[in-house]
Design a protein around this ligand. Structure first.
Ligand code: SF4
Length: 352
């Protein structure tokens, strides 16, 4: 059961309200480099990203934001800290959502101006609380704790609600995975606004993916989360692959191949590791939602292979091919991949 949350429209991508979890990223090209930012957005789009975010650090960044938005295939969230004028410039420049924390803008009249600019264009605002930049009073009272993160977010929410603005999305990211999970669980109870999930400063590709999978996976399994970002110190395109893999691993995608393969052991009598890698690589662009089993022997092999849409249970230098629970045929090892692909092409109508 998904948590009930308010529906918001981010440049045509609907989030909350039971819509599928949207995959986000953030461009990491310097904000003055318009051309390369547009190229990066194209790559993110091709990888399956649905929403991206751009830092708008200054006036030049806001002017460039408008140019980039015009050329972008993706909705863009303008990421702004403190300066309400940049938020208004970004809204005028075509932003699809503004990320700004109203409690950090200062004067309530400035918040009202941002709210008016967003309302006029139907733009949601994301409150983005981050463990690394909690307000001093919150830090002194709670430290970087789940309660502190939630309290901070609720302060920002109150300000927007007082300005009659409720098209709000919230993130409360911290780099501590356990605190992150606890904070989002707490936040989920407090309001009905959509939640954008992420572990901040998660690290480089390997550990960053694992931390994100643990935190985001736990929350998504609880039904919490409307959009996700896997933050990696790397090419943001890798964030998309990681996010898709997380969603796929818990059955939250409506397309793509899920490979079930055994770890191999002393019973394995084929080159299963290379075989599984080859199957995964060859099927990486398949659009249909499929479970494909690549199993090393007859102990667990036939069971898994039967459960899958297509599968193989290997023996000594050979494999039993299954499709939809039926044994199709026995083939020699070098024919396993071509046979699997043939059946998947038949099943999906896709050319691999
Ligand atoms: S399926 Fe067979 S070969 Fe693979 S790990 Fe299990 S027992 Fe070993």
């Amino acid at each position: 059961m998904r948590r009930q949350s308010k529906e918001l429209n981010i440049g045509g991508v609907l989030i909350g309200g039971g819509h599928p979890v949207a995959i986000q990223s953030m461009c990491n090209i310097p904000s003055y480099d318009v051309e390369n930012t547009i190229k990066q957005i194209d790559r993110l789009y091709d990888a399956g990203c649905q929403i991206t975010r751009l830092a708008v650090p200054d006036e030049e960044g806001a002017i460039n934001f408008a140019k980039i938005r015009k050329a972008s295939k993706l909705p863009i969230v303008a990421d702004i800290h403190f300066d309400y004028r940049l938020a208004i410039m970004a809204a005028e420049g075509g932003a699809d959502k503004i990320r700004i924390n109203p409690g950090n803008i200062g004067d309530i009249n400035k918040v009202r101006e941002v709210v008016a600019a967003c309302k006029e264009r139907g733009l949601p605002i994301r409150i983005g609380v981050n463990g690394g930049s909690l307000e001093k009073p919150i830090l002194e009272k709670y430290g970087v704790t789940p309660v502190g993160l939630v309290e901070s977010a609720m302060r920002h929410v109150d300000i927007l609600e007082k300005c009659n603005f409720t098209d709000i999305c919230i993130s409360i990211k911290t780099s501590n995975v356990k605190n992150n999970i606890d904070a989002y669980r707490m936040m989920a109870e407090k309001c009905e606004y959509p939640l954008h999930l992420g572990v901040t400063e998660a690290g480089t590709e390997y550990m960053g993916t694992i931390k994100s999978a643990v935190a985001l996976g736990s929350l998504l399994c609880d039904g919490i989360g409307d959009t996700i970002r896997v933050s990696l110190t790397d090419d943001p395109v890798k964030e998309i692959y990681a996010a898709k893999a997380i969603l796929k691993s818990i059955g939250m995608t409506d397309s793509g191949v899920n490979i079930v393969s055994c770890p191999t052991c002393g019973r394995t009598r084929v080159g299963l590791i290379d075989l599984a890698k080859e199957v995964e690589q060859k099927l990486s662009n398949v659009k249909a939602k499929l479970n494909v089993a690549v199993m090393g022997c007859v102990v667990n092999g036939p069971g898994e292979a039967r459960e899958a849409d297509v599968g193989v249970a290997c023996g000594k230098g050979e494999g039993l091919i299954f499709a939809k629970g039926e044994i199709i045929k026995k083939v020699p090892e070098d024919q396993i991949v071509p046979e699997l692909i043939k059946y998947i092409e038949d099943l999906t109508g896709e050319k691999i």
